[in-house]
Design a protein around this ligand. Structure first.
Ligand code: ZN
Length: 67
């Protein structure tokens, strides 16, 4: 009976650790913070018109929200 309880506890811990790894901040896109949408605007002399502008879908993760 004790072994059974220990096995259940180990399984629960393993599931928590696995879900934390898969849903951790590493998977989230750093540019749009996981939303898939960006709204960026700042002066950039290299861009046409002198402005860097990205609105809507995130170009880094292509709107998926994760890398
Ligand atoms: Zn993104």
């Amino acid at each position: 009976m004790e072994m059974f309880v220990i096995t259940i506890v180990i399984m629960i811990v393993a599931i928590i650790v696995f879900s934390r790894l898969s849903l951790g901040p590493k998977m989230k896109c750093t540019r749009c913070e996981g939303t898939g949408q960006v709204n960026e605007r700042w002066p950039d002399p290299k861009e046409p018109g002198g402005w860097h502008r990205v609105e809507g879908r995130c170009p880094k993760c292509k709107g998926k929200g994760k890398v």
